[in-house]
Structure formats: structure tokens, C-alpha cells
Design a protein around this ligand. Structure first.
Ligand code: ZN
Length: 320
């Protein structure tokens, strides 16, 4: 997760990226190979334009860019009420990132940072209403046709931030909840560092180990949570770089689970995940997990700073 950038720079980066793509397509049409073609094709990319973008009042779901053939998943700009919550629900997989007390939150324009007070309220609601918080084994079983209790949800975190240890862990433990945390293994510190809420700090390995009674761990890449020419590394880097990265992270975590950085995936990323031995991959497409889902494109519903309790209740209100 990167610090918020100026919108203009993001817009420029996207413009440059799309231009680069158009060059690729144009050159391909003329049969001329380009440097860009050495990178793997960037078509059929399903990506969140920017992971930590300020929500807007006019969200659009999957915006189709017809010129470049890219599907831009803009779900992170979306007010939660616009999620497609049909009457026949599956298992909502909630997605969290960073949690800070309201009084110490200096990232107030960042949709990936929610207040501790809201997180406490949401977890208390799940506990009071006797929700079942499914483990990954239970989710796997469900995806293959197994039964789960009514009112089942999954709790997930992306990025492996220190506040998951400082704030989320004690609350989840208090309620005897389980969750999965998708770590960027290359960013984990060897030793815990003093907590500084004004900084974006990652977990350390000792903290990761100390939370195994609550958290299962999945991969969010080892070191591909950055962008190359405006595209996530998992999309833009060559096959061998991606495969090496996925393998390093998998071996460190001994996991079969993966979450796409920025929610971005394409057919090649799925192929490489399979090659590295991952069995499940999670997107940021805001839909419930259901029996029969493609295990490499499982949806998750992000909880934003503007998700109030009424909206949260609608998200977790499963009718089976
Ligand atoms: Zn992330």
C-alpha cells in the first residue's frame, strides 16, 4: 500500500500506461515488435485503478475501456450500498486494510484506512448477532458444495500492516474470531518496531507468529505490490519474475491462498499462480463467494471509512 498521491500524477500515470498499451496494440497490428511487447500482454486486465483512492460520489462499477480492452474495476471508489447484494447470498468476504483510532488517523482521505471505533462496532455486531466467522478450510469446503451455518462471513485483511497487530488482533481474539491476512512478505520487518500511527508500518515476523491463533496467512506477493508503468507488478513483470516472487512468498508462508494487489488480475497471473501451486486467489470484485466460483477470482467486499453500521449490516445480511 502506498501513500496517497496527487490525483494529477495518478491520472498522468494512467494516461501514460494506456498510451503505452495503445502503442503495443498499434505495433502488434503492424507486426512490429516493441520493447513493450517483451512485457507480457496487458489485455484482459482486471484492476482497481488505484488501491487507495478517495471515494467519489459517482462510482461506476467495472468501467470498460473499449480502446485498450482493459477492464478497470473501480470498486474501491464505491459506496458500499451499491454492491450487488442479491436475495440469494453466498458468503461475504470482508476486506480490511489499515485501522487507526479516529484521534490518530491522519489518513482521512484514504479509503483503505478505517477508524478503530467503526471496526469495533462492526465486530461487536457480528458477535452480538451470532455470526459464524469461517476459516479458510470452511470456505474451501463451502466452495466445493459443503454446508456452512446461516450468517457466515469471512474476515480478510490485505497488506499486513502493523495496526492489524495493535488493533485488529485483540478485538478478533476477544470474540474468538478468525481471519486471513494477505501479507506482502518482502515488506515484513525482522523485528517489531515502535508503533507510530502517522506512519504506514508493516508487521514483523514475530508479530505474524504471535497472531497465529487468530490469523491464517496468505500471500499478497513477496515484492510485487508496486506498479510498473502504472500497472501492478503482477500484471506488468515478465513471467519468470512473477513466478519467482509467487514462489518465494508461498514458501515463506506455506499457504495456498493469494490476494491480488490492487485487485488486478489477468489470465496470465492466474496461470502463474497455478504454476506456483496456489489454489485460491481473491479479488476486490464486491460479490459474495459462492459454490461453483472460479477459485482464482473469488470476490471480496471492501469496508470503507464511510461504511456506516447500516451499510455494514446490509453487507453481512445473508439470506440462505
Ligand atoms: Zn494491497
Amino acid at each position: 500500500m502506498k501513500k496517497t498521491k496527487i490525483t494529477a500524477i495518478v491520472a498522468l500515470a494512467i494516461t501514460v500506461s494506456v498510451s503505452a498499451l495503445l502503442i503495443v496494440f498499434h505495433s502488434a497490428a503492424n507486426g512490429k515488435p516493441t520493447v513493450n511487447q517483451k512485457r507480457n500482454t496487458l489485455n484482459s486486465v482486471n484492476m482497481a485503478k488505484k488501491e487507495r483512492k478517495v471515494p467519489t460520489d459517482k462510482p461506476k462499477d467495472m468501467q470498460k475501456n473499449k480502446l485498450s480492452g482493459i477492464s478497470m474495476n473501480k470498486e474501491r471508489n464505491m459506496p458500499v450500498l451499491l454492491h450487488n447484494l442479491s436475495s440469494k447470498r453466498g458468503i461475504p468476504i470482508l476486506l480490511y486494510h489499515h485501522i487507526l483510532k479516529r484521534s490518530e488517523n491522519t489518513f482521512t482521505r484514504d479509503p483503505a484506512v478505517i477508524n478503530l471505533e467503526a471496526f469495533e462496532e462492526q465486530m461487536k455486531y457480528l458477535y452480538d448477532l451470532k455470526y459464524h466467522i469461517a476459516t479458510m478450510a470452511e470456505l474451501e469446503s463451502y466452495l466445493h458444495g459443503g454446508e456452512v451455518p446461516n450468517k457466515t462471513v469471512v474476515i480478510s485483511f490485505d497488506d499486513g500492516l502493523k495496526t492489524n497487530y495493535i488493533y485488529a488482533y485483540p478485538i478478533l481474539k476477544k470474540y474468538n474470531f478468525r481471519a486471513i491476512n494477505f501479507l506482502i512478505t518482502g515488506r515484513l520487518a525482522q523485528k517489531p518496531v515502535p508503533f507510530q500511527p502517522e506512519k504506514l508500518q508493516y508487521l514483523s515476523w514475530p508479530e505474524v507468529d504471535a497472531m497465529r491463533d487468530v490469523f491464517e496467512y496468505g500471500s499478497h506477493t513477496n515484492a510485487l505490490h508496486d506498479k510498473v508503468l502504472g500497472f501492478p507488478g503482477l500484471i506488468a513483470e515478465p513471467d519468470q519474475v512473477i513466478l519467482n516472487d509467487l514462489t518465494i512468498s508461498k514458501n515463506l508462508l506455506k499457504t495456498n491462498f493469494f490476494a491480488y494487489p490492487f485487485g488486478a488480475f489477468n489470465d496470465r497471473a492466474i496461470r502463474l499462480l497455478k504454476l506456483a501451486g496456489y489454489q485460491y486467489a481473491f479479488t476486490t470484485i464486491p460479490v459474495d463467494a459462492r459454490f461453483g466460483d472460479n477459485p482464482y477470482t473469488i470476490g471480496r467486499i471492501a469496508i470503507y471509512p464511510n461504511t456506516d453500521l447500516d451499510q455494514f449490516i446490509k453487507i453481512v445480511q445473508t439470506i440462505k
